[in-house]
Design a protein. Structure first.
Length: 773
């Protein structure tokens, strides 16, 4: 376990007034070394008899200093005032018992150098601000629910609390960006964070960059129905369970074809094309027959030998106990007051080779040297203005990490080549640009460079001397084989920050496996959880690209945290992100409950997705407590006496059928929007299932100014994408620099960064060291 002195946010004090799932923001800041004090009102105590609630609450606050005070007492007010004065970062939210004492705008006015973030379900200052969100509600309104499940079946709620967990990564990124800005300008800011905004940005953005298998198509173009079973990334039976296959490129298909013994039935060159393989009614059954006599372990070994991406479909418990997780120390056992120890994820980020897992400060960090406003930066500049980034990232996780930095002012140069093109440049119509790629690579420039040639490597190292950050998400070991790893680059630039992202991490027995999102989910236990409970092969995560976008946020968090540390040390460092560990962290409660001999989280009643008036129209309806239950019961026609008879979670669970029958009858005459509005008006968390194409016209997104329309010279039509990653008056919106074509900016980058003459650039082009467009 890393000491706090080694962690990048050492010396930062955070006052955390946030409860419920978004308390994960403070937990991540604590993992990165901040001294986090979580303050709760005396009335917020979890009932001691509720073991499950205690475990879940404990996972939300691992690594924090926990303080209880009475906001109504003079002593409590004085104590809170001292924490407010001391804090660098203040996290607050409505309904915590402190809103009157710690109102966000009041704090921001009284302490203008502090970073203040208010976290609420639907943001502040709109007609939706009083609405209540739960994970099912966020799944419904973000467009995720409409894509989850199988054709002809009811939509399926994704498992765990992935919506709020993913959103917390966006909130954490916003906080560290604002903190870096405050430390370099002396000016704080007030951040208005909406959990729904964060879900739409990180879980599975409908208007962001998509996976390479989509070949440039966007989620908004999908049909209204859910995908047919097994069309994408099929899950196939084998001798001792199931495996998932992810054959995308023609090279991978060649490996699969050879592995099967080169059957004549599939020798037609048409199978080189991804869509032909997806559409073939015979190919997947033939592969399953080939797999049927082999074990999961044998198939994983065969996949490695033939270059075929494949993995066993594991349970979460199997994954936690795997040699890979154990070797990477990705899970750690912690004491829990008054109870047996529990297992929790051991952080997400690995900084300078050390895990940023849970840690409690043993001494106050007051007085630690965090320089304030050392650089004389203008407050109206974007936070990363002046930073230079070399972006080796590919597909989704790589694209997003660079875009996040470019949107906030960094000069991000995408390093690529025609010999090894970024898979996300593929488009169904074979055009030069897709709306998907344009959304994921805006505010970047492209330098086409041959990194395999000695002169190309030397040129990269010259660029690295000028850079602040290098991003990559190659298979582990690639940069070492190229001679461009951190140990080499740091000799040329001691201040360099290098951040890598991969499926399974750079160490451990699985580190060299090919990793795509579908394989990561299957390996880490999520695919098994994301399935219809009454169907053995009802796996329903085929069109999501989680956790790519979320992993990119952790890469950006790693960059920003190391930039903050560099203010103190003048030195750079490394950060590493494994997508499997992103998922573990975001299923922290499930991991802990498994170790506590609990089958998993129990839910209240009603809690689910229910049909409404119309064709394939649905609404998520949830109840979390007695207050919400009485509001729902009154709205849908229960008598007061009947409602009182069901005034406990246990009684509602025992009468689930009758409650849901009453709810279904009420919903049958209402559209999802009508039902949602009526229930939210009386304080019941509900959300209409929106298709991605519905989102731009939904009033919430208009009021939040969430989307913006952009254009690209290579696209005939404008396209929608996320407006900005932060809602903050002090930070302006991103520029609108179109995503580059490959090599489009080669000449200007070499001139700007290295002052290379035009004649020399022409020579580099002639020698195929660089490419231009």
């Amino acid at each position: 376990m890393a000491s706090l002195d080694a962690r990048p946010l050492d010396g930062i004090f955070v006052l955390d007034l946030v409860n419920r799932p978004m308390a994960a923001v403070g937990r991540t800041l604590a993992e990165l070394g901040a001294e986090v004090f979580h303050i709760t009102a005396v009335s917020d105590e979890v009932e001691e008899t509720d073991r499950e609630a205690q475990v879940i609450e404990h996972t939300r606050h691992v690594g924090k200093n926990l303080v209880r005070l009475n906001p109504l007492s003079a002593e409590g007010v004085l104590q809170l005032s001292k924490y407010l004065e001391r804090a660098d970062v203040i996290l607050t939210s409505p309904s915590t018992g402190f809103e009157d004492l710690a109102g966000a705008r009041t704090i921001s006015r009284d302490f203008p150098a502090k970073v203040v973030m208010t976290i609420s379900d639907f943001g502040r200052g709109t007609s939706f601000s009083s609405w209540i969100g739960t994970d099912p509600v966020f799944y419904a309104l973000s467009g995720e629910l409409a894509r989850s499940g199988l054709e002809g079946r009811a939509p399926l709620l994704p498992p765990a609390s992935l919506a709020t967990a993913a959103s917390s990564s966006q909130a954490t990124y916003n906080v560290v960006v604002a903190l870096y800005r405050a430390l370099t300008t002396g000016s704080g800011c007030l951040l208005d964070f909406s959990t729904l905004d964060g879900v739409c940005q990180t879980l599975d953005p409908g208007y962001g960059i998509g996976g390479s298998a989509a070949q440039g198509a966007r989620a908004s173009d999908l049909p209204r129905s859910r995908p047919p079973k097994g069309r994408f990334y099929p899950v196939l039976r084998c001798a001792d369970g199931k495996v998932r296959l992810c054959v995308l490129s023609s090279r991978q298909w060649h490996g699969m074809f050879k592995w099967m013994g080169s059957p004549a039935q599939f020798a037609d060159p048409k199978f080189e094309k991804l869509n032909e393989r997806f559409d073939s009614p015979d190919l997947t059954p033939a592969i399953e027959r080939f797999f049927s006599a082999q074990t999961r372990e044998e198939l994983e070994a065969g996949g490695r030998d033939h270059g075929v991406p494949i993995t066993a479909v594991r349970s979460l418990s199997e994954f936690i106990k795997s040699d890979h997780v154990i070797s990477r120390e990705a899970v750690v056992e912690l004491a829990m007051p008054g109870s047996q120890p529990i297992q929790v994820p051991n952080g997400v980020l690995v900084i300078d080779g050390q895990r940023m897992g849970p840690g409690i400060s043993t001494e106050s960090s007051v007085g630690k040297s965090i320089p304030r406003a050392l650089a004389t930066r203008e407050t109206d500049a974007l936070p990363f203005a002046g930073l230079k980034v070399l972006d080796l990232g590919v597909i989704v996780a790589g694209a997003e990490a660079g875009r996040l930095l470019g949107d906030l002012g960094a000069d991000v140069v995408k390093i690529e080549s025609s010999a090894f093109p970024d898979g996300s440049r593929q488009a169904l119509n074979e055009e030069l640009m897709s709306a998907s790629f344009a959304a994921g690579h805006r505010n970047k420039r492209s330098l086409a460079l041959d990194l395999k040639s000695p002169e190309g490597k030397a040129l990269f190292l010259r660029l690295a001397q000028q850079a602040d950050v290098i991003l990559s998400n190659f298979k582990p070991g690639t940069l070492v084989s190229l001679g461009l790893d951190y140990s080499t680059v740091v000799q040329h630039n001691p201040a360099i920050i290098m951040v890598d992202s991969s499926a399974f991490g750079p160490t451990g027995p699985w580190s060299r496996r090919m990793g795509y999102g579908p394989l990561v989910r299957a390996s880490a236990g999520l695919t098994e959880l994301w399935s219809y409970p009454d169907e053995s092969d009802g796996f329903s995560d085929s069109v999501t690209i989680y956790p790519d976008h979320t992993a990119a946020r952790y890469s950006a968090i790693g960059v920003t945290s190391l930039l903050i540390r560099r203010l103190r040390t003048k030195l750079g460092g490394t950060a590493s992100v494994a997508q499997t560990e992103v998922m573990l962290s975001q299923m922290a409660a499930e991991v802990a409950l498994l170790s506590a001999s609990n089958e998993g989280k129990t839910i209240d009643t009603p809690w689910g997705v229910y049909p409404c008036k119309g064709d394939d129209e649905w609404c998520a309806v949830t109840v979390e407590n007695s207050k919400q239950w009485f509001s729902l019961a009154t709205a849908i026609g229960f008598s007061p006496a009947s409602a009182r008879d069901l005034n406990s979670k246990q009684h509602r669970a025992e009468n689930r059928s009758s409650i849901e029958s009453k709810l279904l009858s009420w919903l049958a005459s209402r559209t999802p929007l009508e039902a949602m509005t009526a229930l939210q008006e009386v304080g019941v968390p509900a959300g209409a299932m929106l298709r991605v194409s519905d989102m731009p016209d939904f009033a919430y997104f208009k009021e939040r100014n969430f989307f913006r329309k952009e254009s690209h010279p290579s696209l005939d039509e404008c396209f929608l994408t996320e407006r900005a990653s932060m809602q903050c008056e002090e930070i302006s919106d991103p520029a609108e620099v179109p995503a580059p074509l490959m090599g489009e900016n080669t000449r200007e980058v070499l001139s700007d960064w290295l002052s290379i003459s035009l004649c020399e650039i022409d020579r580099l082009v002639a020698d195929a060291i660089v490419e231009v467009r």
